[in-house]
Design a protein around this ligand. Sequence first.
Ligand code: RB5
Length: 148
Amino acid sequence: MKIAIGSDHAGFVLKNRLRDELSAEGHDVIDLGANSSESVDYPDFAALVSEAVAAGKSERGVLVCGTGVGMSIAANKVPGIRAAAVSDAVSARLSREHNDANIVCVGERIVGLEVALAIVRTFIGTAFSSGERHRGRINKISGLEQKP
Ligand code: RB5
């Protein structure tokens, strides 16, 4: 799968570990930065990954900051993005099955490598439950983007 990944300084170490693991598992991972632990602003990297996903250049996105929260708030401002900040694999699965989330956000200060890997693998490996009720709710989310 084509995956765009990004972080700020607080997610830099975990982002690199996730990138390397996903690449080793055969995914086509595009690393959009950050490129060091020097302080940067998470919305800049949320924008890069979100725009890649929204434009169809990547199927899914992974964003890492200190908590995952700032990244998800910023990513969800980009039309077409449904970003889920999660700290466990069950939420990651349900964010795909029920919400058709296309970006997962995790916090390096919140979860360790093994939990983060379980989250991201689950997120990538789970399909949307294409049931009518879930689709209708996603359409309502898209409708919110059209409001002035
Ligand atoms: C950076 O210190 C931190 O605020 C950021 O990584 C993130 O946790 C914001 O939500």
